[in-house]
Structures are given as structure tokens and as C-alpha cells.
Ligand binder design. Sequence first.
Ligand SMILES: NC(=O)N[C@@H](CC(=O)O)C(=O)O
Ligand SMILES: [Zn+2]
Ligand SMILES: [Zn+2]
Length: 425
Amino acid sequence: MNSYLIRNVSILGAAPTDLLIRDGVVVETGTGLSASDATVIDADGLVALPGLVDLHTHLREPGREDAETVETGSRAAALGGYTAVCAMANTSPVADTAGVVEQVWRLGREAGLVDVQPIGAVTVGLAGERLAELGAMAESAARVRIFSDDGHCVADPRLMRRALEYVKAFDGIIAQHAEEPRLTEGAQMHEGEVSTRLGLTGWPAVAEEAIIARDVLLAEHVGSRLHICHVSTAGSVEVLRHAKARGVRVTAEVTPHHLLLTDTRAETYDPVFKVNPPLRTATDIAALRAALVDGVIDIIATDHAPHAVEDKECEWAYARPGMLGLETALSIALDVLGPQWDLIAERMSRTPARIAGLTEHGHDPAPGAPATLTLVDPAARRVIEPAELASRSRNTPYARMTLPGRIVATFLRGEATVLDGKALK
Ligand SMILES: NC(=O)N[C@@H](CC(=O)O)C(=O)O
Ligand SMILES: [Zn+2]
Ligand SMILES: [Zn+2]
């Protein structure tokens, strides 16, 4: 294994120190370290963070390898500072059996850039009718703990209750895409003043809030763990605040795009801004940001949703919803939160690792900790060029925007996956 001596790095914003990586772990920190066998990295001005963990990534393999593969998505993740991603189940075939989750897990191991933790489907084929083989996925080599029909809501309350009951046996989690389907039929964007003006069918905030309210009550009744995907409205934050005050075992995520972009982007009719749940209003963004700081929202998750050109560069109504996120998430977090490194580490690494049960992740760089970390240049600014992204798809909503921060290096258990801003595999 390689050894690395990282010189003058600021660990989570603290005074610069040297950091020695050997045999997969951080063995020493302090000033003036030396190690003749180690590769020296000059980290003047760089900040070290625990490797980022994404609880919500679409890798598209199997089935839509033209949009992304486990390998290309893993590369995008490593370049974004991630060391682990949880792969959503809405592939083709759907990840609703032990066979498919093991395939995704194995492809992740082969790519070797990040740990790929498969999420299993809640219902067979995401059809919302019968529970998938949750137990078999949990016992498989992939050791699935999070189950989600993401892309679809588990709308049937009885099925949702049974799923919550079932996963309790192995401390599993149901991650809900909260969207009451009867309230979003034909929806194209957030229901509000802008949708009215543009004449596009609206996706009302209440379609999300009603499902979250129902599900926190179900989770409380059953005593199970519930996670809410991509929370997007101020009302959802209030429902979650209430549930958490009651002690419900619920966690919640917000995406970078819901922290930054508003529904006015739809005025361009550029389908790159079409996403589920839709971009909301400035009032929602303010509430989401405050909730992320006060902890009602636990984590930032990307909902990285690559789509092939033909599925995105078409008329708004026909375009698939979803946008890229892995390679820009840290920059958006830096833009939104500023250099609050401890908060960024909490919301993008420690807490998602804890929720997903990824025990090798989410450890601050310190002697004895796994050398699973990332180095950020907070002073760098970069212009996002879609063609330069490692993802196989191009649907970034930040094209040609200048964003703060750049990932310089990423390490997974002591091996560099990214150096000098370039992926090593
Ligand atoms: N977010 C999206 O707009 N799309 C996701 C599905 C999802 O997260 O609901 C996708 O798979 O493309
Ligand atoms: Zn979703
Ligand atoms: Zn998703």
C-alpha cells in the first residue's frame, strides 16, 4: 500500500498540520513530520474533511448505461470528494432482489473508487403493490439496510406500514420519496405564481407535506426508522420539526439544488431545471437552509440523477426529471453555508454515514481513523463546463456558473482515488 505525507493541511479549518497516511489509516498528525517512503502532498491552503457520503445517488446500472454506469458515477463521486454513495433502486431491472443488489455492489467493488452501497426497492418493480424480498436483500452480500421506491412514492399506507414493520427486525430504514400521486398528476413544476404564469401544471407543496405527515405518524406508531428523501418545502420542515420533537425516528435530507435554485428557472423552459420534487420558492429555500443549520434536516444528499441527452434535451413536458449533483455538491454547500467545516462534515459525511450504517466512513482525519478523506481548496473558483464532468451525462443545472471550492484529492482507506483534481482510475 502507498503511504502519503500531506503537508500543511487544515483539518476541518484548524491550524495547519502534517498528516501521515500508512496502511490505510491516519497514523500521525503534527508539524514537521517526515516519512522517506511516503508520497508528499503539499496541502498549503487546503482543508481536510472526512470523505463525503451520499445517501441518494442514481447510478443507472443495470439498464441505462448510456446515462451512467457504476464506474462513471463512482468517478464523478470521487471527484466530488465522496468516498461512499448509496445507489438508488430504480434501475432496469429494478434492484428488488438479492441478485441485483449484489450485482451493483460487486460493480462498485470492481470500480474501486468509492464504496457503493445498494439501496433495495420496497416493492416489486417499484409498482407499489407487493413488498419486495427485503429480508433476502438484507442478508445478501450487499447487506442492504435502506429500502426505497425512489422515483415513486410508496403511496399505499398499508404497504408503507408493513414495510416499516418488516425492516424493524434488522434496524432497516424506509426512505420515502414523498409525493401523493393523486395531487401531482401531470405536474411539470412547483405549483405557484410562476406555474400559473407559464401555464404549466403544478406540483403543490402539500403533495409532499401530506405524505411526510402520514409517514411520520406511521413510523411513530410502528417504532421504525423512516428517512425522507429530498425535502423541498417550508411546510415539510415544520412537519419534521414537530415529529422530531415527539421523538419519532425520522431523518431527512435536502439536495444542493433545493438549497439554491428557485422555480423561476422554469421561465427558461430549459428542461435541465426539471426535477422531482420541483424547484420551489425563495421562502422554501430560506426554511430549508435554516433547517439544515438547526438539524431538523439531517443531511445534504445529492439525488444525482443523470439522464441521456435525448431524455433531457427535448420539450419540457417530455423531459425526464432529475439533475446531476455529485461533482458540484461540495461547492454548493460551501456557497450556501460558507466555510463552516464542522457543519459541512456533519451534514455531508458523519451523519449520512451513521444513518446508512457505513461504519468505515464519517470519521474525522485523526490518528487511528481510516484514511478515508478528501482535500478541498476553498479559495479556488471554477466555471462548470458540462463537457468536463466525469459523469456520462451532461444535465448539470450549474453549466457555466462560477462556483467556489475545488476537490484536490480524495482517499479511500489510504489509497488515493483523486489527486491534483484528477481521478486515478
Ligand atoms: N429526482 C428526480 O427528478 N429524478 C430521479 C428520481 C427521484 O429522485 O425521484 C431519477 O431517477 O431521475
Ligand atoms: Zn425521489
Ligand atoms: Zn432520487
